[in-house]
Design a protein around this ligand. Structure first.
Ligand SMILES: *Cc1c(COP(=O)(O)O)cnc(C)c1O
Length: 609
């Protein structure tokens, strides 16, 4: 994998042009140019870029594929979709979603009170709201208020007690009753890391016995006409299409049975979310085994087959796919602060008049290394450095000898890799693991890629430039938290190779892709690193526009956000400095000004220019 797997994960959203990674849209701006543009105003640290055109593209793809499938299968129901807010609730994402989705009547799904309030504030007037998750009387009352205020809202019950509460609120008030959905508990479970949402032992949904009881309760309360939807969600990131087909057969039959039992206004099947996103960079381990076209066709076909067999009117189909809609729109960009082996520059070599034989040997290898002997010399050098460490531990050589040895070996590694790059061998690949380079990135994995930390979820990563040069350093990525979990190690099965850059002379930027789903709210302020600075990029035919800038929180605001008083912190620092000895009053006030300016900046490092 030395092309970074663009053809696997990028879905043509990005491309390489003039050695830089560009956004494959209209004027095709280079990501590097956008980043340099933003950094020219003094911004430092990681940057999150949002591309609303990619949200628009995914929403269009969802609607276009389902309407094709509906046409091809002569399906009689309609297609509707809602965006599940839990996947990304941040204003710049939600505003883009409701704006781009407006023409399709794309709605919002809420799973908590706060999300429901957000849905009520943001759902376009022609669109649906669906509500899942556990609910108390207050949340159910909010659903009534939404219906009363003109929203087309469906409360999906997760248990009979919720239905009883809905009936109670309906009887106690004259507010408009929302539509009611039933989440069904399927025995056909999903697949993949997140498949905990279905199956007999699932956290959610009504069993068949409970469904029968629910219908009776609704009949008794004369609310059966409000039952409008059945819902299931078999889990996120479905890797395989087979489980959803099985689930559809089961849910479809439940739907038909409910209609037969008198639920005449039931006319929607909500198939939940779960459309997968390709995160892999290595074709050997591609995640998804279906296309969106195949998916929509299978769903529409399966439902129509069951309904035709049971002679039931085709229901409208709802989806709640979130990851598919927003994952691609956000890109995290991190400067590389350091390559650890760059501390071993050849000009720091301090050879003596007489050196230990092993050092002489390494000098010889370093000088005589060529294409034909590179692997052999590399081997020898790695053996020698082990011996040098042992000699040092035993007191036979001094620190200068050891330093010379380390510098020489690092040089041999670099030269050998550069020579061998066009003719890689298995052996060299094995050696790479041993001599991997550590790239220190100005970001926090806990904050920006929490699913890597929590679930070992891989995100595509690649440099934004130098793409005309093959990268040849096996790379491990270290973040700047002081936690050893803040590392993406080199994995020989999914290798990442990066360029050998002299960071004293130029910057090097890495992009992490498909980070627009789930990462932002799950991100945590470990070590008090907060959300990266974020920017929305609108690309037009000539250039691009940057809007909705929101800079990463300042150090004082971070402390304030977890409950410290800004003034108290600032006053204490100021008092201590002013009462200190041995510097002039002028130096004190200058230092104070400097200190204050530090506290107004974000907490990421500012070492690169
Ligand atoms: C999480 C969730 C979704 C979204 O799943 P994706 O995998 O992001 O598409 C949809 N519906 C429900 C009920 C959910 O809990």
């Amino acid at each position: 994998m030395k092309e970074f797997g663009l053809n696997i994960w990028a879905n043509n959203n990005f491309a390489v042009k003039n050695a830089k990674l560009v956004v494959n849209h209209k004027s095709e701006p280079a990501l590097l140019d956008i980043v340099e543009d933003i950094r020219s105003s003094g911004v430092r640290g990681p940057i999150l870029l949002r591309f609303p055109h990619l949200i628009q593209q995914q929403i269009q793809s969802l609607y276009a594929n389902f309407s094709n499938a509906i046409r091809e299968n002569k399906y009689q129901g309609e297609f509707h979709a809602v965006f599940p807010l839990k996947v990304n609730q941040f204003p710049n994402a939600v505003d883009a979603i409701t704006k781009e989705g407006g023409v399709h009547g794309y709605g919002l799904e809420a799973g908590s009170k706060a999300e429901l309030i957000l849905a009520m504030a943001k759902t376009p007037s022609n669109a649906h709201i669906t509500v899942n998750g556990f609910k108390d009387k207050e949340m159910i009352t909010l659903g009534f208020i939404a219906a009363q205020s003109g929203h087309n809202i469906t409360l999906t019950i997760e248990g009979l007690n919720e239905l009883e509460t809905i009936i109670e609120v309906a009887q106690e008030s004259s507010l408009k009753t929302p539509n009611i959905g039933i989440r069904v508990r399927l025995h056909n479970a999903g697949s993949g890391t997140w498949a905990k949402s279905a199956g007999m032992d699932a956290k959610f949904g009504l069993t068949s016995t409970e469904i029968i009881e629910a219908v009776q309760l609704l009949k008794d309360a004369q609310l059966l006409d409000k039952l409008s939807m059945i819902h299931f969600h078999i889990g996120s990131q479905m890797e395989d299409i087979a489980p959803i087909k099985k689930a559809l057969r089961e849910a479809g039959n439940i739907y038909a049975e409910l209609r037969r039992m008198g639920a005449k206004d039931l006319d929607n099947i909500n198939i939940g979310g779960g459309l997968a996103v390709e995160y892999d960079q290595h074709s050997s381990s591609k995640i998804r085994n279906y296309s969106i076209a195949e998916f929509s066709n299978s769903v529409v076909f399966a439902i129509s087959e069951i309904m035709d067999a049971k002679n039931v009117k085709h229901p409208n189909i709802f989806t709640e796919s979130g990851r598919y809609v927003v994952a691609s729109h956000a890109v995290l960009i991190t400067p590389v602060l350091e390559l650890f082996s760059q501390d071993y520059k050849e000009n720091l070599l301090g050879l003596k008049e007489t050196n230990p034989p092993l050092i002489n040997e390494l000098s010889y290898l370093n000088k005589r290394l060529n294409l034909s002997n590179a692997t052999e010399y590399l081997h020898d050098a790695l053996d020698h450095i082990e011996s040098i460490f042992t000699l040092f531990d035993l007191g036979y050589i001094d620190l200068q000898d050891r330093s010379n040895g380390e510098i020489l070996v690092h040089n041999i590694i670099k030269k050998a890799l550069a020579l061998k790059i066009s003719t890689p061998t298995d052996e060299l690949d094995q050696l790479q693991i041993k001599i991997q380079e550590r790239y220190l990135i100005n970001a926090s994995i806990f904050q920006s890629l929490p699913d890597y930390w929590g679930l070992n979820q891989h995100f595509p990563v690649m440099p934004l430039h130098h793409l005309d040069t093959p990268p040849h350093r096996a790379a491990a990525l270290w973040d700047i938290t002081c936690d050893s979990d803040g590392e993406i190690g080199f994995d020989p099965h999914k290798p990442l190779y990066l360029h050998d850059i002299d960071l004293d002379n130029e910057d090097y930027y890495l992009g992490f892709f498909n980070v627009g789903a789930y990462q932002e709210t799950l991100g945590m302020n470990h070590n008090l690193f907060t959300k990266p600075s974020e920017y929305t990029i609108h690309i037009n035919n000539e250039s691009y526009k940057i809007s909705n800038n929101s800079e990463s929180m300042s150090i004082l605001d971070i402390l304030n956000s977890i409950g410290y008083s800004k003034d108290e912190v600032l006053n204490k620092l100021e008092r201590d400095l002013l009462k200190s000895d041995f510097i002039t009053e002028k130096e004190k006030t200058d230092t104070l000004t400097k200190l204050k300016s530090f506290l107004e900046q974000n907490g990421y490092l500012r070492t690169t220019n």
